[in-house]
Design a protein around this ligand. Structure first.
Ligand code: NAI
Ligand code: MG
Length: 504
């Protein structure tokens, strides 16, 4: 089996980012590594795509290129929806609203169920496409993203005819036409988070994927078509921030839902507030990950790795600020170095790859800017991963910083890359106050052996999600969302349904 076949390569020593001697854990002499195990199935990609509006495809117009960030090779030409096309999509969704919302709920459920089944049937194709368009490793798109996408549709199919039980004592009704704008880090999963609850509650949608990762959302339009979803119920339009802005300012939406940067979220909040449009926002984060000295250190180190290097750190809830109790700091740093050095960075289509390509040049530039800032502000970089980066594409070797002060930029601002800032603390009180000292409030992690400590600390952390002795675990029945500048409203679970109904 190629997956487990071992290949023999020479051990290498690399220089750190300053070009000086690296402190990485290079195994002495011979180094053993896995042979390449690339995904070989070919997926058909059309040379050009139009928008999916009112159950039909428009002719491609004013196109731009979506590329594979691991190779910089173009994948397809994607259309930029004009304000007039946004308007056509909104009108299609409005016309579909009456019949869709009046359909018996169990019939609505059947469509959502069929979408889920079709996603499962086409899961390999979807995973490959997601990896090609976004740069994330195939083992993540295959084992995390796409299964969760199917789960979200299954879960919400189950709710469609039980909404009365979700809101006892109240009568739920659909909000109406929803405008949904999503980012590039979990392209199809974010589409599922937006569409599945909206459809279950009887709403109709216009969804726009991010400009660097439109391909799986366009495939989802195909799936909606295949399962016979009535025309106009789901409209998928593509384009960049201008299309997004045209959606945000369109008066025909009853609700807007956005996941992305805090900066754009604020603009959308302004546009929605001026018209009284309902709104949910899921924005950035600088999530604290707290490790106490009574934690299982090896498990905690796995959690740290999962928390910040998963999906190249391009995760809104990434555990990007690590707080370690002072007496175990050296031990945690030493173990982290060894584990970090073992991560495989490279071809996202290889089933052994742990860290894939950064999504775009713009994102890589941002990450590199923060890495340089971390060094110039006086923190010590640990660039211990020995991977040789491919010559084309956008790559960042995962790394971490020690000697980070709370005032350092890398401890305060969202980097959205595989870069961890390590700080220390002495008492639980200090951990809580340092962890909460941020404009964000999306997620947090706690590692300790003591259940009572978990409850005490979790209660005091201002974070929408608190993971205990684990990190970055998702489930359709768990609400997800933030406080403060991380946004408002929840997605998933009963709380997520609330964002898609009016209650009488
Ligand atoms: P972004 O917020 O610009 O993009 C997200 C979505 O919003 C895309 O579909 C984009 O086309 C759309 N958009 C852009 N400008 C818009 C506007 N004026 N009105 C309406 N929609 C608009 O995020 P970007 O520039 O791709 O990434 C910048 C930073 O944002 C990242 O480095 C990261 O820190 C953060 N981010 C956070 C995400 C999260 O999951 N919370 C996801 C993506 C980015
Ligand atoms: Mg792309």
């Amino acid at each position: 089996m190629t997956d487990t076949q071992l290949a023999h390569t020479n051990g290498s020593t690399t220089l750190d980012r300053n070009g000086s001697t690296a402190d990485h854990i290079a195994p002495p002499g011979v180094r053993w590594n896995y042979a390449a195990a690339p995904e070989t199935v070919k997926v058909t990609i059309e040379p050009r795509y139009g928008h999916y509006i009112n159950g039909d495809w428009t002719k491609p117009n004013s196109t731009f290129t979506t590329e594979n960030p691991a190779t910089q090779k173009p994948l397809s030409e994607i259309s930029n929806a004009s304000a007039a096309q946004v308007d056509t999509a909104v009108k299609a969704a409005r016309a579909a609203l009456g019949p869709w919302s009046k359909l018996p709920a169990k019939e609505r459920a059947k469509y959502i169920f069929r979408i889920a089944r079709r996603i499962q049937e086409r899961s390999r194709e979807l995973a490959i496409l997601e990896t090609m368009d976004s740069g994330k490793p195939i083992k993540e798109s295959r084992d995390v993203d796409i299964p969760l996408v199917a789960q979200h549709f299954f879960y919400h199919a189950g709710w469609a005819d039980k909404l009365a039980y979700a809101f006892p004592g109240a009568t739920p009704s659909p909000i109406g036409v929803c405008g949904q704008i999503i980012p590039w880090n979990f392209p199809l999963l974010m589409a599922a988070w937006k569409l599945a609850p909206a459809l279950a509650c009887g709403n109709t949608c216009v969804l726009k994927p991010a400009e660097t990762t439109p391909l799986t959302a366009l495939r989802l339009a195909e799936i909606c078509h295949e399962v016979g979803l009535p025309k106009g119920v789901v409209n998928i339009i593509t384009g960049d921030g201008r299309t997004g802005a045209a959606m945000a300012s369109h008066p025909g939406f009853d609700k807007l839902a956005f996941t992305g940067s805090t900066e754009v979220g604020k603009k959308i909040a302004l546009a929605a507030a001026s018209r009284g449009t309902k709104l949910t926002l899921e924005l950035g984060g600088k999530s604290p990950h707290i490790i106490f000295d009574d934690a299982s250190i090896d498990q905690a180190v796995e959690g740290i790795i999962q928390g910040i290097y998963f999906n190249q750190g391009e995760v809104c809830c990434a555990g990007s600020r690590l707080f370690v109790q002072e007496n175990i700091l050296d031990q945690v740093v030493a173990k982290l170095k060894i584990r970090l050095a073992s991560l495989r960075v490279g071809d996202p289509m290889d089933k052994n790859t742990d860290v894939g390509a950064v999504n775009s040049k713009a994102q890589l530039d941002q990450i590199n800017r923060y890495i340089a800032l971390g060094q110039s502000e006086g923190a010590q970089i640990h660039d211990v991963n020995p991977s040789t980066l491919p010559s084309s594409g956008y790559w960042c070797r995962p790394c971490f910083f020690t000697g980070v002060q709370p005032s350092h930029t890398i401890a305060r601002e969202e980097i959205f890359g595989p870069v961890l800032s390590i700080l220390s603390f002495r008492t639980p009180e200090e951990a809580i106050s340092r962890a909460n000292n941020t404009p964000y409030g999306l997620a947090a992690g706690i590692w300790t052996d003591k259940g009572s400590k978990i409850f005490e600390i979790a209660r005091k952390l201002k974070a929408g999600v608190v993971w205990c002795n684990t990190y970055n675990k998702f489930d359709p029945s768990s609400p997800f969302g933030g406080f403060k500048e991380s946004g408002f409203g929840r997605e998933g679970g009963v709380q997520g349904l609330r964002a898609y109904v009016n209650l009488h």
